[in-house]
Design a protein around this ligand. Structure first.
Ligand SMILES: [Zn+2]
Ligand SMILES: [Zn+2]
Length: 351
């Protein structure tokens, strides 16, 4: 089979490799689609894999069909379609035993620590990682269950309740998915902000309110759109000091800021911002990945359920799809920002 493997930092190739054979609890997935995550770009071009293990097949946002199973797995699972939970927690540490798998102290991970989804087939440790969906859910959507669930987790961490207003900084795919979850969760006003004109237009074309964060009258316009009020919830989806300052400015007294964007350098905030965090008695909440344990709710299952009912839809966020042979080239294009993109996917049905 073909697999997009990283051999060292910046050395990313399409290789011919053996199709793995599932043993014991393992299942073999024929990948339907796999998405490029923002974190894959520094992994390929700047940092390498987390444990500098090479060669390694990249890709953790994927879904597909079960085509073979190990001897401990019921063969009736063959033919099922679903999304893959890529985190492989140790199941022994304090975090795992309390169901907080995203916080595991010693985890493995498909696509960053062991072979992932940018391949024709992927070996998955067990059925526990498989989130089954009905046949109607597209592979594009299944590949986006991971980022979509991160967006859902953001909304849950914000504790937004029906009638609350929300402002989201960053109109990439996760920002847009946050806006859509906000609607499902019953938000009143939902506004996105970005500084990239194409992204702003992309959101507006999808019936979302998206403003340019650089406009002079930004704060006046936001107040106007939110009945003269600051926002109950503000999401920092960029990972930068500039936006964190803006979050504190736009959130209401006793409001909540969720910090979702990954920072890439030191974050500095203004004196006035720091002071306002105190004066407004803000809740500033960090978040990391998503929640997979059934209590209080398995967010992955909820995402798939909402995709099945059609209340959540995400496949319109895909701007580019390519076959396995083009994966390395499209990574290059995305990394070098040669085109405007929202979600970029590998699809196994394309040549
Ligand atoms: Zn990701
Ligand atoms: Zn653990």
């Amino acid at each position: 089979m073909k697999a997009a493997r990283l051999h060292k930092i910046g050395d990313f190739r399409i290789d011919d490799v053996e199709v793995p054979v599932p043993q014991n609890d393992q299942i073999l997935i024929k990948v339907g689609a796999c998405g490029i995550c923002g974190s894959d770009l520094p992994r390929v071009y700047e940092l390498g894999t987390s444990k500098q293990k090479y060669p390694l097949t990249i890709g953790h946002e994927f879904g597909g069909e079960i085509v073979a199973v190990g001897q401990n797995v019921d063969e009736s699972n063959i033919g099922k379609k679903g999304a893959i939970f890529p985190c492989i927690p140790c199941m022994k540490c304090e975090m795992c035993t309390t169901g907080n798998y995203a916080m595991c102290l010693d985890y493995d991970y498909l696509g960053s620590r062991r072979d992932g989804g940018f391949a024709e087939y992927c070996l998955v440790p067990s059925m526990w990682h498989f989130v089954e969906s009905s046949k109607e859910v597209s592979y594009e959507s299944l590949a986006m269950v991971e980022p979509c669930t991160v967006a859902q987790h953001c909304l849950r961490k914000s504790k937004l309740s029906a009638g609350n207003s929300i402002l989201i900084f960053g109109a990439g795919p996760i920002g847009i998915m946050c806006a859509r979850w906000a609607k499902i969760f019953g938000a009143s006003t939902i506004i996105l902000i970005d500084v990239n004109e194409e992204k702003i237009k992309f959101s507006q074309d999808r019936d979302l309110v998206c403003l340019d964060g650089r406009r002079e009258d930004l704060y006046e316009e936001l107040l106007r759109l939110n009945n003269g009020k600051k926002f109950d919830v503000v999401v920092e989806g960029v990972g930068a000091g500039v936006t964190l300052n803006q979050c504190v400015e736009t959130v209401r007294t006793f409001g909540t800021i969720v910090m979702m964007g990954n920072p890439h350098q030191d974050t500095t905030i203004k004196l006035k911002t720091h002071s306002n965090i105190l004066r407004k008695e803000l809740n500033i909440v960090g978040m990391w990945n998503s929640h997979y344990h059934p209590l209080p709710i398995n967010e992955w299952h909820y995402t798939v359920e909402q995709l099945e009912t059609g209340r959540m839809s995400i496949d319109d966020l895909v701007t580019h799809s390519v076959g396995i042979e083009q994966v390395v080239d499209i990574f290059d294009d995305v990394y070098n920002q040669r085109m405007m993109s929202s979600k970029v996917l590998y699809r196994s049905d394309l040549k």
